[in-house]
Every structure is written in structure tokens, then in C-alpha cells.
Design a protein around this ligand. Structure first.
Ligand code: FCB
Length: 449
């Protein structure tokens, strides 16, 4: 008997009726079928096939082979009792080179997936961009090019046209900050650049892309709701000095307000703009009218929470809590409460969904055919408890998605980190629900624990 069952019998925690219990994935991380049905190449194909870029040289060529096994995966979701499934559409499946008419075979795949979800009573939540930019658009400047934001709106329009009647929630851009920081500052994600001046121009164009997609949905008369998906990091001073407090403020600007403020208030944060300087490419790249586009009213905000950040007096960071296998992740469930309540307090009562939360654990397939991931159960229980506290404090949280449904290609970490509720035995592609999946099924059935 596990501790979750103990908590369940105590009956302590119940979520609001109709709470959207879910799990999340993204196209490049699970689909495989990299060369099928007219799919073009993305920056992640290029990046992962470049020697030295990913652990063990892993690529998403096969991944969890979801493109071929989606029907089995849909049944797994049904067996879990999921009410919501968040996945992303691969842009290069829809437009191989990022422009022009839609590739019908690509759209058909997502139509089958969406239909299969409805047949199982699971609500689709569709992310339009989860980092797999068509390589041809990268060759034309990538997100440094303003035009790519317009190409994104065209692509979004094609997807709205094909799936719009069946998708209740759209997410525009997944974690623009990660593209900025990992893709253009540290360079350990595609496209692998280290260019701060480019990075923040990229941030602006990703935000513009978001706003243009919102406008495209409205213009097309789509009935679905739409919003961005931000990974928010609560920032805390590492000590009680005034210097640490001040450094934390600016750090928070770059981690959170740079993304939240323009969407909700139509303004970039002054302290960040001042820090970037008037000659930065970003500040020079903001044109009249851009902020109105970015601030197009949204229907909901998707929050992804993984870790807090502790900021030192000199603007560096410190570690305060134990980390998971992902060295960037400190385990601090209260951060979930802090970030959710802060968004509601500072930006108003927009409906929130948690679209990612989870951790990697060193899972192995036991001789008895089970996978025991007690660490994941503890993590999710603690973070859901914090989310529930936020609901009690008035946060309009409507759903929660575990990252991830399946073990998958964790970007530069390849397949070494396992983030799934369901174990994937890559040599055979067999799926084995982990103990956390069994636990989550009971949580969903009981609407709490
Ligand atoms: C998030 C990404 C997601 C996954 C998790 C672990 O930043 O959106 O694709 O890699 O981290």
C-alpha cells in the first residue's frame, strides 16, 4: 500500500467539480516518423543530428513512435481516465518549409488523434508551437526575423481551419523563454546560438507570433479558447540583503514579467527594457502597434511550473532545495502556490491551467514487469497539494497536466531522463504504466486524494 492511498482514505483534498485532469506531450518528443507523410525538417532535426549536441547523439527520428502507435496511446489515456490531453502540432508536418498550403496528410494525422480523443471523452488541448520550427524558416532568419511571426499566424490559421471545430483550447507558443534562454543564450537547445542581442529580439517576435495567432483565431470566427504557455519561475532572494532583493527584482523581470506584462498590460517591463538598453536589437525591434497585438485579449493562461530560482546579491543564483535528475530543477512545491497566486493577484482573474509539472526519475523495468516511481508520486502529490491550496486562495485553476504522459526525447538530454507516467521500453516500444500512473488514475477517479 502506498502513502497516496493513505492520504486518499483521509479524504483530505478534493478538487473543483469537472477539474481537467490531464497529461502533456509535444510532437518532436514523442512522434518519431521524422520522414513520413510529407513532413519537412525542423530545427530540432538539424540540431539533434549534429554531433555533440544531444546526449548519446539521440534524435527524435523514432522517439516513442507515437505517430504509428497513437491508437494504443489513446487507449492508455482512456485507461488513466484523463479528461484533458495536451499535445502539440508539428509545424513541419503541416508546412514542410513553413509556408504555403497545408499538407493534408499531416492534418489528417491530427484529425485522427483529435477524433480519437473525443471518442474517449478526452478534451484535446493543442499547442501550436512546441519548438520544432521548420528548418527552412530558420535558414531565412528564424525567430530573429519578424516575418516568421507572420508565417506562424498563417500556419496557425491552417490548423484552426482544419481542427477548429473540435478543439476547445489552443495554446500558441510553448515557453518562449526557453527558446530565448536555451536556444539563443546558452545554446544547448536548437538552434544552438549564444547571442544575447539576438535572444531578446527573438523573445519579442515569439510574443508577436502569439498575438498574431490569437488574432487569427478571432478573425476566423473560431470558437475555441486561446492563450500562451509560459514556464514561470518564482524568484526569491538568496539572502536578506537589499542587494539580493534588488537583483531578484530584475531577475524576475527576465524570467516572468518579460512574458506576462506585454500579454496582460500591453507594456514590456521598464526595468528589463532599461537593462537591455535603447540600442538593443529587441528595443529597436518593437514597432508601433506590436504591443496591441501581443496584448490581444486571451481566454486563459497556461502555467508550467518546475522550479524556483534563488538570486544572490551579485545577480547569480544559489541552490536551496534538492534537485531532481535534471540539475536545473530544485524541488519546491510551495513555488507552485506562490506562482499561481501571484499571477492571479497581479494580472487578474484570468482562468489558469497548469500545462506542465513533473520530474525525471531513474525508472527501470523490474523483473516483475512493473516500474516503481515512488518519487514521482510524492512529487505530484506535493505539487497538487500546493495547487489545491492556491485554488482555496481564489486562483481560478481549471486543469492540471502532468509532464509527461510518456517517457520521451528530453531535448539535449535525449532519452536518458524519463519524465513519463508511462514507461517506454524503447527497443520494443512497449508501454508500461508506472506506479505513478496507477496512482494518478485513482486521483482522477476520486477527484483528489
Ligand atoms: C519543458 C518543456 C517540455 C519538457 C519539460 C521537461 O520546459 O516544455 O517539452 O521538456 O520541460
Amino acid at each position: 500500500m502506498d502513502t497516496a492511498t493513505d492520504a486518499g482514505t483521509a479524504g483530505a483534498l478534493r478538487f473543483p467539480p469537472d477539474f481537467g485532469w490531464g497529461a502533456a506531450t509535444s510532437a518532436y518528443q514523442i512522434e518519431g516518423a521524422a520522414k513520413e507523410d510529407g513532413r519537412g525538417e525542423s530545427v530540432w532535426d538539424t540540431f539533434s543530428r549534429t554531433p555533440g549536441r544531444t546526449r548519446n547523439g539521440d534524435t527524435g527520428d523514432v522517439a516513442a513512435d507515437h505517430y504509428h502507435r497513437y491508437a494504443e496511446d489513446l487507449d492508455l489515456m482512456r485507461d488513466l481516465g484523463l479528461r484533458s490531453y495536451r499535445f502539440s502540432v508539428s509545424w513541419p508536418r503541416i508546412q514542410a518549409d513553413g509556408t504555403g498550403p497545408a499538407n493534408q496528410r499531416g492534418l489528417d494525422f491530427y484529425r485522427r488523434l483529435v477524433d480519437g480523443l473525443h471518442e474517449r471523452d478526452i478534451a484535446p488541448m493543442v499547442t501550436l508551437f512546441h519548438w520544432d520550427l521548420p528548418q527552412a524558416l530558420q535558414d531565412a532568419g528564424g525567430w530573429e526575423s519578424r516575418d516568421v511571426a507572420h508565417r506562424f499566424a498563417d500556419y496557425a490559421d491552417l490548423v484552426f481551419g482544419a481542427l477548429g471545430d473540435q478543439v476547445p483550447v489552443w495554446l500558441t507558443v510553448n515557453e518562449p523563454k526557453t527558446v530565448v534562454q536555451n536556444g539563443y543564450l546558452t545554446g544547448h537547445h536548437a538552434p544552438g546560438r549564444q547571442d544575447p542581442d539576438a535572444a531578446y529580439l527573438v523573445a519579442h517576435h515569439l510574443q508577436l507570433a502569439h498575438g498574431l495567432a490569437v488574432q487569427a483565431l478571432r478573425a476566423g470566427g473560431g470558437s475555441g479558447r486561446i492563450g500562451p504557455a509560459f514556464n514561470l519561475h518564482p524568484c526569491y532572494p538568496a539572502d536578506s540583503s537589499p542587494e539580493a532583493a534588488e537583483a531578484t527584482r530584475l531577475y524576475d523581470g527576465y524570467e516572468n514579467r518579460l512574458y506576462l506584462d506585454p500579454v496582460f498590460t500591453g507594456r514590456y517591463p521598464e526595468d528589463v527594457l532599461a537593462d537591455l538598453g535603447p540600442d538593443s536589437r529587441m528595443v529597436r525591434g518593437v514597432r508601433d502597434g506590436d504591443l496591441e497585438i501581443i496584448a490581444s485579449p486571451i481566454d486563459l493562461l497556461a502555467v508550467q511550473y518546475y522550479t524556483p530560482i534563488y538570486v544572490t546579491a551579485d545577480g547569480g543564483t544559489a541552490r536551496r532545495w534538492p534537485t531532481s535528475q535534471a540539475d536545473w530543477q530544485q524541488i519546491h512545491p510551495d513555488g507552485m502556490y506562490d506562482i499561481l497566486t501571484r499571477v492571479t493577484r497581479e494580472y487578474g482573474p484570468v482562468p489558469l491551467t497548469v500545462t506542465e509539472n513533473g520530474l525525471p526519475t531513474p525508472d527501470t523495468l523490474g523483473a516483475d514487469g512493473t516500474v516503481d516511481d515512488a518519487g514521482r508520486i510524492a512529487f505530484l502529490r506535493d505539487h497538487l497539494t500546493a495547487a489545491h491550496r492556491a485554488v482555496n486562495a481564489g486562483v481560478p485553476l481549471e486543469s492540471f497536466h502532468v509532464w509527461s504522459l510518456l517517457d520521451n526525447f528530453e531535448w539535449n538530454e535525449g532519452y536518458d531522463q524519463r519524465w513519463g507516467l508511462v514507461y517506454v521500453d524503447y527497443p520494443t516500444q512497449r508501454r508500461i504504466p508506472k506506479s505513478s500512473a496507477h496512482w494518478y488514475r485513482r486521483v482522477i477517479a476520486d477527484n483528489g486524494f
